[in-house]
Design a binder for this molecule. Structure first.
Ligand code: COA
Ligand code: MG
Length: 304
């Protein structure tokens, strides 16, 4: 039984923690999930100050109902432990999750897990802080199975194609781009592999950034590809990308209606001893009902 909190992650908006203006704007946006960044969107000489700015923004804005997350620097940097201590001490009750960058092994996640346990006890926090983890190093993809099983705080893995392409020394023209002439989809393998590891461990698989925010059509294509594979959402690095992701990762109202109809028809059919039936020209059996239940569960979580 998966006891992890169920959260919507159709879109995770990345917001630089060094920008008061962008954090204020993000608080007002309608988006499932926001993460305030201490890592790559913040220059090294601005990181220490950004911690305090994030704590202030978390404690002062009205964030509306959304999942609140802070992205921290990886465990091989000297920023990491101070990121965790300052954020949790200053705004532990406001955050739902912490996002760990560049995880390479289960140990990296366990380090954060232990730090959180110590801080929650010391600060007497009532909420239990979850972990989200970026898979964006070649070691991370190699060890994704042990990472996915590393902690019961873990809620979600994100495939971070920007750093990943650097780690593998891929030749691409932009972050999250499609590889140009490379057939057929350059991200297929890591997305597929990470999604399997997530599903086997009850985690949400999320797709990372598409940097060219002036190309909404290409961004939509990337959303559609990861949606088909079973991922639950994609990042936005700019407000204009939010609506596209929220829409693509929501089931169509018509699909929800026919899923509920077919499920009800099947429940009646099995009472009469039938295991496979015809609903509007489509065969429905026990496996189809499992597939339809995924649509219904997603719709219930969204409130459709
Ligand atoms: N979160 C919240 N607000 C954002 C935002 C974000 N990620 N990106 C842009 N905005 C705001 C801008 O401040 C601006 O607000 P305004 O209309 O009140 O002035 C508005 O949205 C339009 O922004 P625009 O002028 O089109 O873009 P920009 O040149 O200001 O910023 C980026 C472009 C790429 C620098 C900016 O989008 C950004 O920093 N994105 C996040 C980068 C990041 O987090 N990277 C790490 C993860 S990959
Ligand atoms: Mg990265």
């Amino acid at each position: 039984m998966n006891s992890r909190p169920k959260r919507l992650r159709r879109c995770q908006l990345s917001v630089p923690g060094s920008s008061e203006k962008m954090m204020a704007k993000a608080s007002q946006l309608e988006v499932d999930h926001v993460f305030l960044d201490l890592e790559d969107a913040v220059a090294p000489n601005a990181k220490a100050e950004a911690r305090g700015m994030i704590v202030k923004a978390l404690n002062t804005h009205d964030w509306k109902p959304k999942t609140l997350c802070v992205r921290i620097n990886d465990v091989e940097t000297h920023y990491c432990h101070d990121d965790i201590i300052e954020i949790v001490t200053g705004a532990g009750e406001k955050i739902d999750t912490i996002m760990l960058t560049k995880a390479k092994s289960a140990h990296d996640v366990k380090f954060l897990d232990l730090m959180l346990s110590q801080l929650e006890e010391k600060l007497n926090l009532k909420n239990r802080i979850g972990i989200e983890c970026l898979i964006e190093e070649v070691e991370g993809i190699m060890n994704v199975e042990e990472i996915a099983a590393s902690s019961d705080r873990l809620e979600c893995l994100i495939f971070g194609m920007g750093d990943y392409s650097a780690s593998q020394q891929m030749n691409l023209s932009s972050v999250g781009g499609d590889g140009g002439s490379y057939p057929p989809d350059i991200w297929h393998y890591p997305r597929y592999k990470m999604t399997i590891a997530c599903r086997a461990n009850g985690l949400d698989p999320v797709d990372g950034p598409y940097a060219n925010f002036r190309n909404p059509d290409a961004h939509r294509t990337e959303c559609e590809r990861s949606n088909v594979l079973g991922m639950v959402g994609k990042w936005a690095i700019h407000p204009s990308q939010v609506e596209i992701a929220q829409e693509v990762f929501s089931p169509a109202a018509k699909a929800v209606e026919s899923a509920r109809k077919a499920k009800a028809a099947y429940a009646e059919a099995i009472q009469q001893g039938l295991g496979a039936i015809n609903v509007d020209g489509i065969m429905v059996d026990a496996a189809s009902v499992r597939i339809l239940q995924n649509i219904i569960d997603k719709a219930d979580l969204i409130g459709m």
